[in-house]
Design a protein around this ligand. Structure first.
Ligand code: SF4
Length: 339
């Protein structure tokens, strides 16, 4: 029984069919494993009268979060590499916020989106992650590395909507109150602009889950150069799709814009970006591009970034200028994949 891949409903169903037990035992199991990392549930009150069952479950439950192969630490920021059962590696990053941590999880080994500024994109797609390989990153961050994780962002290796079902199953498991208990409003799925994925998420009507879009250029010509995904779904299609997305009241999209010197950072780009954003409710993250070996992109100076940001602020765009946390660990945006 691969417990990290099971929602509480699925676990309940398994216990009912295989052992004739109810949700009461499923909840206790979920709590002990996901919240407390306790595999010895023999001593848990709910199993006091069912010792044979507890022993049997202990034998049959398989907890495979993946083995942490290496941990890199720089001040409060942590990047860890997980070795999967087939020998492939994935990377996850724990980013300290004010009072808690955000875990940036991977959804694929590599990525087939081919964004020009991205190290993961250079790897191509090796394979999709399974549900337990995604939830295993949270298990390891919490219970092996002992970090308080309150936020999840799907911004690690891979395009989450290119692995839609396992990602959404992982979201459900991470959200379960009896287990990891991460609120939907504390989860962000970041996409390069895979429109069918945005539509499918919209149809699920998951109140509160946040959607981030990696925009990176305000016109199709520049964006297609940087992000081949734009050839399949243009900026116009993307905008129409977002306009139909069921945001909660006062909800916003998170747009990410990686600034690359001489490519997408002129005044004209800022003006067009403001036009593209209007009237969508957006918080815009401006991120200087990270150096990636073998890729010739350069990040603009602070002064150039300020100018770009100012232009947007003047047009009433909510701008968050993000210093690239994690550069020294190759844990910044577009840098995962290099160990
Ligand atoms: S930026 Fe994201 S979507 Fe683009 S290649 Fe990298 S991992 Fe894939």
């Amino acid at each position: 029984m691969k417990i990290l891949a099971l929602s509480l409903d699925q676990l309940t169903h398994l216990l009912e069919t295989n052992y004739g037990k109810s949700r009461f035992h499923a909840q206790a199991l979920y709590r002990e494993i996901f919240k407390n990392a306790n595999l010895k549930f023999l001593f848990v009150p709910e199993f006091a009268a069912s010792q044979a069952l507890a022993r049997d479950l202990k034998k049959n439950i398989c907890l495979e979060p993946g083995r942490i192969k290496k941990v890199f630490q720089d001040k409060d920021l942590t990047k860890f590499i997980t070795r999967l059962s087939d020998g492939m590696d994935i990377e996850s990053v724990i980013v300290p916020m004010n009072r808690y941590n955000t875990l940036c999880v991977s959804s694929q080994v590599g990525c087939r989106m081919g964004c020009a500024f991205c190290e993961t994109g250079c790897m191509g797609l090796k394979r999709n992650l399974t549900v337990s390989e995604i939830t295993g990153q949270l298990y390891n961050a919490r219970h092996v590395l002992k970090k308080q994780i309150k936020n999840i962002v799907f911004m690690g290796m891979g395009e989450p909507f290119d692995n839609f079902e396992p990602v959404m199953a992982a979201v459900k498991i991470m959200n379960e109150q009896k287990g990891f208990d991460i609120a939907l409003r504390h989860m962000t799925i970041s996409t390069a602009g895979v429109v069918p994925g945005i539509r499918k998420l919209a149809a699920m009507n998951l109140a509160g889950i946040r959607l981030a879009i990696s925009v990176n250029a305000p016109d199709n010509q520049t964006r297609s150069k940087l992000m081949p995904v734009n050839n399949a779904w243009s900026l116009e299609t993307l905008k129409e799709t977002l306009a139909d997305f069921p945001l909660p009241r006062k909800g916003t999209f998170l747009f990410e814009y990686i600034l690359i010197k001489g490519m997408n950072d002129s005044d004209a780009h800022a003006d067009r970006l403001a036009e593209f954003i209007h009237p969508l409710p957006v918080r815009l993250n401006l991120i200087p591009c990270n150096p990636v070996p073998g890729l010739a992109h350069e990040s603009p100076s602070d002064e150039e970034m300020n100018r770009f940001s100012q232009k947007l602020v003047e047009k009433n765009i909510f701008v968050i200028r993000r210093w690239s946390k994690g550069r020294s660990l190759s844990a910044g945006c577009g840098q995962l994949g290099r160990q």
